[in-house]
Design a protein around this ligand. Structure first.
Ligand SMILES: *[C@@H]1O[C@H](CO)[C@@H](O)[C@H](O)[C@H]1NC(C)=O
Ligand SMILES: *[C@@H]1O[C@H](CO)[C@@H](O)[C@H](O)[C@H]1NC(C)=O
Ligand SMILES: *[C@@H]1O[C@H](CO)[C@@H](O)[C@H](O)[C@H]1NC(C)=O
Ligand SMILES: *[C@@H]1O[C@H](CO)[C@@H](O)[C@H](O)[C@H]1NC(C)=O
Ligand SMILES: *[C@@H]1O[C@H](CO)[C@@H](O)[C@H](O)[C@H]1NC(C)=O
Ligand SMILES: *[C@@H]1O[C@H](CO)[C@@H](O)[C@H](O)[C@H]1NC(C)=O
Length: 390
């Protein structure tokens, strides 16, 4: 109770961004466009963005120190040259605010050859009333930040607290790097994925920390060449590829590397999930390596009968083909006895699955085990638990 009350006093969304100076840029300071401390700077910020976007030399949108309000905003390209968004102050969302037309608080979209350096973003919980309203109108819960159709970008030092939906959503982007993201939402919050990627290529997530109620990072259909390195997750549902196969016209997932990550107290560790009775799709060249598990309920999981809330016919096999998948150097503790579960589709069994150097201990009594269906993984190195034969 006490804890809840404290949370409610930390009202509103808050965004804190820091700036690094650089040369050879035109600078568009929002206060020159009429932004005032304590007031909604949406219009001043939009004007600054539009000017920066029209600049033929690299530019910077600058928000100085101070607490400003910000109603939902979309930063749209294409822009003429590289743009940096640098924020030193604090941005607070308006409590009774609507969301952008694509359901976010802040959207960056259609920016090519950009250098968006958005630094330090911190969002705190809404007051009690806001939470109740949000629950009644759950379809309108905003994604904190959307990156849509961005080509060549670099985003650093975002802090996102208590998003009401996905914290960060990435769609249609190419060559976009996220470094030092610090994402927090309560363990029991629904659908608050840390970073969701879909239909994008060349996305790198590095040096980040994600504690949330849903997936730490989720990788949806059409994701290619995705790399997740030095990320700490937990609580939450772990790092997931999928779910895949629920919708028509899904695109393949190809090339995902997850390396040197630590998952703590998560429901799953590294997981690939596809729906039974699914549409046709595939996921291949997926590699998990150097992963530490601390009290993770399902550390290694391929789940081709993923069917939450019994929304599907589990008797019909998934038609998502999984191939060339490896789990290597995965160590630590499992909160359940089944530390490794590879449940492949009976209709299109997994191919080219490799497990190596697995050392997972069950934290309870007895040994950790592995379980497989429709797959006989190739194994090498230390195997504890021993590889299964499905
Ligand atoms: C980005 O711009 C480059 C050069 O102008 C162009 O070749 C490329 O097709 C653009 N990419 C997207 C996704 O718009
Ligand atoms: C990827 O984007 C970065 C900007 O963050 C840029 O410096 C780099 O040249 C881009 N890479 C390619 C292959 O275009
Ligand atoms: C994958 O992404 C990395 C970094 O974003 C890039 O350097 C590399 O060229 C990409 N590779 C392919 C095959 O697209
Ligand atoms: C692995 O990730 C941790 C942070 O989780 C970092 O401190 C460490 O330097 C990384 N190791 C390598 C080899 O990159
Ligand atoms: C381990 O995970 C289980 C299940 O999520 C949880 O109930 C338990 O409190 C965790 N133990 C520790 C020591 O965190
Ligand atoms: C899987 O790996 C094998 C052997 O390296 C290769 O021949 C095959 O093309 C790969 N398949 C996919 C879908 O990546």
């Amino acid at each position: 109770m006490m804890e809840n009350m404290v949370k409610f006093i930390v009202a509103n969304f808050v965004l804190i961004l820091l700036v690094s100076t650089s040369r050879g840029q035109s600078i568009f300071d929002v206060t020159k466009e009429g932004a005032k401390i304590g007031a909604d700077i949406n219009q001043a910020l939009t004007r600054s963005w539009n000017k920066a976007c029209a600049s033929t030399i690299p530019s910077k949108v600058f928000i100085p120190k101070g607490i400003f309000l910000l109603s939902p905003v979309t930063f749209e390209g294409p822009c003429k040259a590289a743009i940096e968004v640098a924020v030193q102050g604090t941005l607070k969302a308006l409590t009774d605010s609507k969301v952008t037309k694509d359901g976010s608080w802040i959207t960056f979209q259609r920016i090519n050859t950009s250098h968006c350096q958005v630094v330090e973003l911190l969002m705190a919980k809404e007051p009690l009333l806001g939470v109740l309203v949000a629950k009644n109108f759950c379809k309108q819960l905003p994604i904190n930040i959307r990156f849509d159709f961005i080509t060549h970008g670099f985003v650093q030092n975002i802090r996102s607290l208590n998003s009401k939906q996905f914290h960060i959503n990435v769609l249609g982007c190419n060559n976009l790097t996220f470094q030092r993201f610090y994402i927090i939402a309560p363990a029991d919050s629904h659908n608050t994925d840390g970073i969701h990627i879909g239909r994008s290529s060349g996305i790198n997530i590095i040096d980040s920390f994600i504690k949330t109620g849903d997936d730490c990072v989720s990788i949806g259909d059409g994701s290619k060449n995705i790399s997740i390195t030095n990320v700490r997750c937990g609580p939450g549902h772990g790092i997931s590829i999928g779910s895949l196969g629920k919708f028509e016209k899904e695109e393949p997932v190809f090339g995902v590397t997850v390396k040197n990550c630590t998952l703590t107290n998560t429901d799953n560790g590294v997981r690939i999930k596809t729906w039974p009775a699914s549409t046709v799709n595939s996921a291949s060249m997926i590699h998990f390596e150097d992963i530490n598990m601390i009290n993770v309920s399902n550390p290694i999981l391929i789940d081709q009968v993923y069917c939450p809330w019994n929304q599907c016919n589990t008797k019909v096999p998934s038609r998502v083909k999984l191939s060339n998948i490896s789990f290597k150097k995965i160590r630590g503790t499992s909160a359940t006895p089944i530390a490794m579960k590879l449940a492949c589709s009976s209709g299109t069994p997994c191919e080219g699955v490799e497990v190596a150097d697995i050392q997972l201990k069950y934290i309870g009594k007895g040994p950790a085990k592995s379980e497989c269906s429709n797959i006989r993984p190739k194994s090498s190195g230390v195997m504890d638990p021993p590889a299964c034969r499905g």
